[in-house]
Structures are given as structure tokens and as C-alpha cells.
Ligand binder design. Sequence first.
Ligand code: ATP
Ligand code: MG
Length: 487
Amino acid sequence: MPRSSSSYVCQACGARTRQFFGRCASCGGWNTLVEQVEAVADSRRRRPVASAAETTARERQPRRSEPIQTVGERPLQRLPSGYDEFDRVLGGGLVPGSLVLLGGDPGIGKSTLLLQSARAMASRVSVLYVSAEESSQQVKLRWRRLGERATPEPATELASAPPSEPPSDLQLLAETDLELVLQELESLRPAVAIIDSIQALHDGELGSAPGSVAQVRECAAALARIAKGQDTALLLVGHVTKEGMLAGPKVLEHLVDAVLTFEGDRFASHRLLRAVKNRFGATHELGVFEMRGQGLAEVTNPSELFLASGEPSAGTATLVACEGTRPLVVDLQALVSSTSYASPRRSATGIAVNRLHQILAVLEKHLGLPLSRFDCYLAVAGGLEVEEPAADLGVAAAVVASYRDLTLPAGTVLVGELGLGGQLRPVGQLELRLQEAARLGFHRAVVPRGTGLAGPAAAMGLQLLEAGSVAEALVAALGVDPADDRA
Ligand SMILES: Nc1ncnc2c1ncn2[C@@H]1O[C@H](COP(=O)(O)OP(=O)(O)OP(=O)(O)O)[C@@H](O)[C@H]1O
Ligand SMILES: [Mg+2]
């Protein structure tokens, strides 16, 4: 007979204690401990997991340390996900035996992305799609809707198949019981398995409810052991908490090889895929998709998405932000108007408001503009979040242009970080940014001094205006001195 015992598990960090405390001793969270009744291990305790782990352990025995020079190397094979934007974020494709966690807000399109990708991959390799949240019928309906899009080219050896019915090895399992999912995974041994979602899976041997820390951790660890043992690439969907963090303990993020987040504005149709962690590639790469009726479409030229259309207007500036190795030309707009409040209003969409405060203070101090008597609103076009300091000069130019009611000359981009002393600091990947601006038809770039890029810029058809301070940069960009009241 299995005996049962209870312990208390912190829902924030996963720490376990025998005794109840109001505050978790490990992470300091209040009221985060939840009682959990468990069956203590007995001889009947499963499992295929243990057996798989034991098998691999047996195969490996005895294992000794060895000099790193003699360790055999296996070329890293990558499996294309069917979407270049997805592959870019993964670092070039899915690695067999790797674990990828995809998080995102409810309804953002996680299931759509993975089902589309499964559809594309299934023409080349075997794919198992485990839907723990939706019924087979729901998944089938979506699969049919997504199929209305032209599916990517199948592999060459399959090219002779009739185009109307591309051959596909996609198995669907609508199941929440971990035990059954593990059995299916072991018997099918697919090249790729998708679990939608890890929070909806349930291990009957644990007393706690699905989605609790213990369940998420156990389910992910059990799946990982099997997947690693049989070289199955595992894609897990993870929920996010209302603060936007991935639900479940941090151990889940440590357990997997890559953590991707899928984000986007609910009111805009584009979606951004980012890597937060990646053991097989660079992080901070960006994939851009657009949600359409037939599913997600790749956006190969995202700069056009973030450029406001129409004639340039007062208070608009264009900057080149970099997401990973990907330059994005982005428009931003500022509105500066005299305030009717005791303390002026500052609001920023797409840029941290503290950054805006800092830039306004620099402009007030070093250009003598009385901005503390003005409200200031700032918005980045297309709902993009620009975090890097390289956007500072663009923000400053938009604010000053709105304050002076000036329009920046068409075809101008601004890149540079503002120091608190009013100086313009150099930014990384400038050449890449200039190339993107030139590609989109811009012909003037205001940049920090000392880049040494005047030659390459001229070859791209860009006039490079170098400046040492924000005042100098704004004179170069606007053609008038913004500090001069007669301007
Ligand atoms: N028939 C449809 N036509 C157009 N767009 C649709 C249609 N059905 C769903 N969508 C889009 O797909 C989105 C839902 O995508 P999906 O179910 O993949 O999200 P999810 O991230 O998996 O959500 P959840 O967290 O609830 O599982 C909707 O927000 C909607 O924009
Ligand atoms: Mg879903």
C-alpha cells in the first residue's frame, strides 16, 4: 500500500517544506505555500519515465570524465520549422533532442504558430501534436483553416507528390494525462513533439491540481527525460502569469534549452517572436508575423510595418532600432503642448517613460527649452517596444520638432544615445542600421561623431551627419538651431 504524506510547495519558486509557513523561506513570497498530498514511492511506482531513464543510464555505464580534446563531436543538425522567421529565433532551426518553451499571452496565437509549423514540418519528418487544451475537433478545424494558406515547399524527395494533398506525418492526440502522453511519445518516437500546453497536463500520481508548480515541474521533467533519450525535439507551450512572466517555477526555464516569447498588441495584427534564452543560438533575435484569417503570415520586411505612411508631419522622427542582429526602421511621434496641470503630463507608448523624463531633462538643461511647462506625449508607430538607448536622439528630435512645430526633412534617420551631459554617445551595429535605412530609401543619417563610416555610408547613398552633442545633432537634423527662440 502506498503511504501518503503531505508537504507544502511554494507556487512561486517551487521550494518544498514539511511545515507550513506564511512566508516562503526560499524566495520570501507571502502566502505562496500550498499543501500537496503525495503518494510516497512504493514498488509499483511507475514508470515508463524511470524505465527510459534507466535504459539510457544503463547504455551509458560506466561513464568517466575525459579530456575535452578527445570528446567526440557530432555536427549540430537543425530541422527547419517551415518558417524562416521561426528558424531565425531558434538560431537556425529546431535541434533534435532539444526542449523549447513558448510562452505568450492568452489568445496571442501560440497554438496557431505551432500547428502551422507542425503542418509544415510533417511533410518532412514525423510530428506528434498533443493538444491538452482543445479537442481533436477544434484542432482539426484550425488545421483546415490554416491549410487554406499555401504550405511551404515540401522536401525535394517528396516533390513528386500531388500538390493538392501534400504527404504528411502529423499525429494528433487530445489528452491531458501525462502517463498516456509519455506512452504515445515512446511508441511513436516522433522527430518533433508539440505539447499544448504544459500547464494543462496532469500527472495522476501527484495530488496537486493541473497547472500547479509541482505538476508543471514533474510533467516537464518526465517529458524531457524521454525526449532527450530518443532525440525528439520537444516544443512546449507555457502560460504566462498576469505580470507577463512564464507561469510555473523558474526551474522550468532552467530545464529547457530555449525560452521563446510570443507577444503583440491585441489591437494590432503583427506578432513578435523573441528568444529570451537559447542554448543553440543568439538571444534577442526577432521574428515578425502577421495574424491573418488563414493563420500567421511571415513579415519579411518588418521596417515597413513600423514606418508611418503619408507625408512627414511636425513632431515625427525616424530612428533605426536593432533587435538582435535585425535593424528596424521605426517612426515615432511626439506631441508637446502647454500644460494646464500643476505638474506636466508625460506619457510614452513603446518607450520607457523614465527614458523620456531623462531626455526631457537633458533638453531642458542643455538646450534651455522650458519643457517642464509642457505636456509631452510620445508614441512609437506600429506598437513596437524600443528599449535600446540608441533611440534617444530620435526621441529628442521628435520632441524638439513638436515643440518648435518643425518638420524634419524627409529621408532623415537619427541614431544615437544621449549622455546626461548632453553629449551624443556611439551605438553598436551602426553599419547594419545604416544599410537598412539606405535600403528603404533614406538619404541622410544623423549619427554620433567618430564612426569612421562616412565612406561606406556614401557608397550606400547616405549623407552622414556626425555630431558630438545633442544640440549639434539637432541643428544638423533640423537645419535651424532649436535653442534659438527666433527659429
Ligand atoms: N476564424 C478565425 N479567423 C481569423 N482569425 C482567427 C480565427 N480564429 C482564431 N483567430 C485568431 O487566432 C487567435 C487565437 O490563436 P491561438 O488559439 O493560437 O492562441 P493561443 O495563444 O494558443 O491562445 P490560448 O492561450 O488560449 O491557447 C485569435 O486571437 C484570433 O486572432
Ligand atoms: Mg492555445
